[in-house]
Design a protein around this ligand. Structure first.
Ligand code: ADP
Ligand code: MG
Length: 396
């Protein structure tokens, strides 16, 4: 186990006021909740607390309010209603977070009931981790539970604050996310194949660097592959390139070689004469990209090569699409890799906003072992960083 903090299992919650930070930052349009993944992900902890007779006080942010007060379109009220509908639990909502109304609602809360507070970010002191905010929130609870994995990398009032005043433990989602995403570095079943794509080397350098410490094979795709081509002295036509990162890309190749990590780069590419939905793909070898073409996706030979490596894996971590998968003409490589991961008899872990969107687009989510609910937080873990929210919890 890679998780070293206390969890809800380690504390007595019977009759207690349990202040729980969840990630209910869901898409809402005209008061209607869209994707409910994050609400579902929070249910195991909420249900556990209710079943153990806790008085459950939930708090979350939603969107990016100005921090100057109530904004109707960013209220958590519809989310509280959705939670009631999905869970069948007694859920109430209070249109206040730090004031007397919130306090009164907390005091009136019965064991086995759930109260959702209003958006913590309606007050700008939340993001500044103001101690007054933290103290106020902590006063609502006997214990604090952090289950908001998606914001655990932010040292904000409702995330880290209460831990300074009341005992703080992890919820099940946080535990599972951290355990899974750090487990690939602690004790992966081998071979461990890591797949990294997306547009830029610069945004993934920490991820690449840390994965080379643990993986047996590192598969590279997406726009970032072309900066690696440059590092190998190849030409890339009009493909996405980061001249300033060529040297770092070269260092990564060298590090992998020194550590005996196999790096796979595309052997062929789907290129186009412009970047657009209507662009027509042409397949060219990696050493023959024409000057006036840009690489938009990996090619069919590369798909086979990558699928073969993935087939033999026992652990796969994947972050970053293999091409411009938003355009149907250039989604093929990402879909092929996604299917190979889905078909492989391995533990498959997916992280990153666009990668998760791709898995959902291809309808393969239920074939994966774990799909992370946190974009930024999951990347920080894979970079080897500690998350402030987790650090603040009691050690197990
Ligand atoms: P994630 O959100 O999963 O971490 P990134 O944000 O790093 O992934 O990268 C996703 C983006 O990379 C997508 O918008 C995709 O269009 C882009 N991308 C992938 N391949 C290419 C390419 N060859 N050229 C330009 N952009 C690309
Ligand atoms: Mg992204």
């Amino acid at each position: 186990m890679a998780f070293t903090k206390k969890t809800v299992r380690d504390i007595d919650v019977d009759g207690k006021r349990v202040l729980c930070r969840v990630d209910f930052n869901v898409p809402i349009k005209d008061g209607v909740v869209g994707d409910t993944t994050r609400i579902s992900a929070a249910l195991p902890t909420i249900k556990y607390l209710v079943e153990h007779n806790a008085r459950v006080i939930l708090m979350s942010h939603l969107g990016r309010p100005a921090g100057t007060g109530f904004e109707p379109e960013l209220s958590l009220k519809p989310v509280a209603e959705k939670l009631a509908e999905m869970s069948g639990l007694p859920v109430s909502f209070v249109a206040d977070t730090y004031g007397d109304e919130a306090e009164a609602a907390v005091n009136a809360l019965e064991p086995g009931h759930v109260l959702v507070l209003e958006n913590v970010r309606f007050d700008k002191r939340e993001k500044k981790n103001d101690p007054e905010i933290a103290k106020r929130l902590a006063s609502y609870g006997d214990v604090f539970v952090l289950d908001a994995f998606g914001t655990a990398h932010r040292a904000q009032g409702s995330v880290v604050g209460p831990a300074a005043y009341i005992p703080a433990v992890a919820g099940f989602l946080l535990e599972k996310e951290v355990d899974t995403l750090t487990g690939i570095f602690a004790e992966p079943e081998r071979p461990f194949v890591a797949i990294v794509g997306g547009s830029k080397v610069s945004s993934k350098i920490g991820v690449l660097d840390h994965l080379i410490d643990s993986a047996d094979t590192l598969i590279i795709g997406g726009g970032m592959a072309y900066t690696f081509f440059l590092a190998k002295g190849m030409t890339v036509g009009q493909s996405l390139k980061e001249e300033d990162w060529v040297e770092r890309a070269g260092e990564m190749l060298k590090k992998a070689e020194d550590k005996g990590v196999k790096i796979l780069l595309p052997v062929d590419n789907r290129v186009a004469d412009h970047f657009g939905e209507d662009a027509v793909p042409e397949v060219v070898a990696s050493d023959a990209i024409p000057d006036d073409r840009e690489g938009m996706d990996i090619g069919p030979k590369t798909e086979e090569l990558y699928a073969e490596a993935i087939k033999g894996a026992k652990t796969v971590f994947w972050n970053g699409p293999m091409g411009v998968f938003e355009f149907d003409n250039f989604a093929h490589g990402t879909e092929a890799v996604c299917r190979a991961v889905a078909d492989s008899d391995c533990t498959s872990i997916i992280g990153g906003g666009d990668s998760v969107a791709a898995v959902n687009k291809f309808g393969l989510a239920d074939k994966m072992s774990w799909i992370s609910t946190g974009g930024g937080a999951s990347m920080e873990l894979v970079e080897g960083k500690a998350l402030p929210g987790v650090e603040a919890l009691l050690d197990a």
